[in-house]
Design a protein around this ligand. Sequence first.
Ligand code: NAG
Length: 253
Amino acid sequence: MNTIAVLPLVLLAAVFSGTTGIELPSSFRICKRTLPEQEYYKCVSESARDAVVSLAGGLKSFKILPIEPLAVDSVKIGESQGSVTLRQEYRNIKLHGLTKQLEVKNYRIDWDKCLLTSESYNPQVDFVADYRIDGKILLLPVKGSGKSNITMYDLKTQNEIHCEKYQKNGETYIRVTKYDVKFSPGRVTLRFDNLFDGDTILGEQMNRFINENSDLLFKELQAPYEETFGLVFAKVANDIFIRVPFNKIFPLT
Ligand SMILES: *[C@@H]1O[C@H](CO)[C@@H](O)[C@H](O)[C@H]1NC(C)=O
């Protein structure tokens, strides 16, 4: 994802460019590590949130595309065992809402391990895509392709950003090696248009059935979702980190 609301790091980074001569908006806040710990983390949480929100329209000088909505190529989910045996494919994915009413809290940074953790919250995030599904949900055959919209309400996201330091031109930089995202939505609704070749009666019944079992279906979606968005968030973060030295992003004083 927060993500979705999910890019706290990113923002952070964005906050402090310099060497490259790129000027960031003066509204971006830099947090000094000399602050008392509580204050520092509060500052980082807020500056991360502001930075993510400011990336809504993208950041040209960092080659970052708009994240409102956030575009993702495709997600493929193979047939799994259990009550949902469904091949699912999503293309032209747009994630709407990551920057809307975003909250970021509990930022923590372990400098030795190069590990940044935080929690974020969004009231509503829509995963809108072209879908193709084929298989069974609780013994019921389901098949179709068209437009889909999966909505997560009260979305809590845990972000775990693993990084490593390296040297370039005599300066220390960091790169994200792994961006772990964990989504915990309060509620999920799903909408698949054009199921069963557009048979509206069957299609409506199946949509109702799917929503009555949305927890089950979302469990199938969750891991590939998180993996995909983790990769996207890592890329956005790295677009900043490759351009800005570490001590410009996290200045000691
Ligand atoms: C997706 O569904 C949500 C919830 O119904 C709605 O608010 C949103 O506008 C929909 N988005 C699209 C593109 O249909």
